[in-house]
Write a protein that binds this ligand. Sequence first.
Ligand code: GLN
Length: 491
Amino acid sequence: MASHITGLSFSELVAKLAARELSSVDVTATFLDAIARRDPKIGAFLHVDRDGAMRQAEGVDAKRAAGQFVGSLAGVPVAVKDVMCAVGQPATCGSKMLKSFIAPYDSGAVTKLKQADAVLIGRTNMDEFAMGSSGENSAFGPTRNPWDTDRVPGGSSSGSAAAVAARMAPLSLGSDTGGSIRQPAGLCGIVGLKSTYGRVSRYGLIAYASSLDQIGPFATDVTGAAMLLEAIAGHDPRDSTCVNTPVPAYSATVDQPLAGLKIGVPVEHFAEGLDPEIERAVREALAVYKSLGAELKDVHLPHSKYAIATYYLIATSEASSNLSRYDGVHYGHRAAQFGSLIEMYEASRGEGFGDEVKRRIMLGVFALSAGYADQYYTKALKVRRLIRQDFDAALVDVDVIAGPVTPTPAYKLGEKSSDPLSMYLGDIYTISANLAGLPGISIPCGFTTSSLPIGLQLQAAPFAEEKLLRAARMFERATDWHNRSPAIAST
Ligand code: GLN
């Protein structure tokens, strides 16, 4: 019964709920039980709101029974990364700094989830303040990859990806500053979409790097991602960067193939450092598109070699400013022992932040400091513009750009934690979309010989999510990678 419900495709689940063949109470209870059984081996959840979730499920069932209007995600459990506020629930951001913080209001994305009648099932684990690529930087212990629990699930939305991959939630939300949705989706064999900068409200999203952060969906298939994006997208006057353009009905068009699809293949993304098994799977995926009538064309992103340096200057600079609010007075942990005010700041921040967060703050403060800002921060902004121009030029001739999500499959826990630079290099294919503000999606496209998932990344022009989803769904219909689930999903 359990894996019968948790193993349903997203469309089947929604159809059975709508037809009242399944109640939200049954569905929610089944996923909660799956979390209780599976999550001790994975560590995807930081907080599970069993009673609250069951109450919401009962409410949706009652509305349905009374013939009242229900939202597009009525009765569907959704897990939320612990970086978005939901009133009355913890929002730790994976940090000791916010260990006892309870959100006093709903974030924009959570407000939309509630309007869609989704069931908020729990809060997912993450790299501290979304800084990381492996899920190991959480103050509350690492998340493990459901396909191989000795390996990382990717980060920073580690728990949101692992929860969906292990079928502990049909949908989840993550945030993506440099790849934190697409990269764990790729390493966990599911669908993850970073929307265009400005597409989803970030009101109540705890800030990492404000010019890069975006919220987006995780699902086991493209249709689920389309429905969740449709539910959370749209204007919110409380986020001044959130754009007031209508939200297309992604779920209504997602099944329509794109005739004459032109796919750009960035030569720079198939260069040195790419694992041969990933290259093979991605090239096979491109061949599938070709067999579906798409035209493949080489494109160039000449500034992509500067993307990591540019990103790690801009992201850390913004982080050093955003994280100055955690001073032991306004927010977060305050040291028990201190002398002067300055010592209170030092002790509170020293105790509350983990090593990676401290490293980022120091890098950012340095890049912004007087005498260095022109050489580092300002220069990075100029290179950022060049990276955007590369994409603008490439996207004149093609609809989407396709390539790998990550240079390697999921690595072992601990393998890169003492070498931050090698971990940063893993972000090579994802960070440019954030620097350029474009949408990107990761979809399953194969497995390595040791059964680790491989992701295919598609990127498109700003606000071209509809095209991105349709292109992704075309591939999904022709393949069955998305139907595979890890062994833990049937326990
Ligand atoms: N891995 C990148 C970083 O550590 C991206 C993280 C993210 O997208 N939140 O900054």
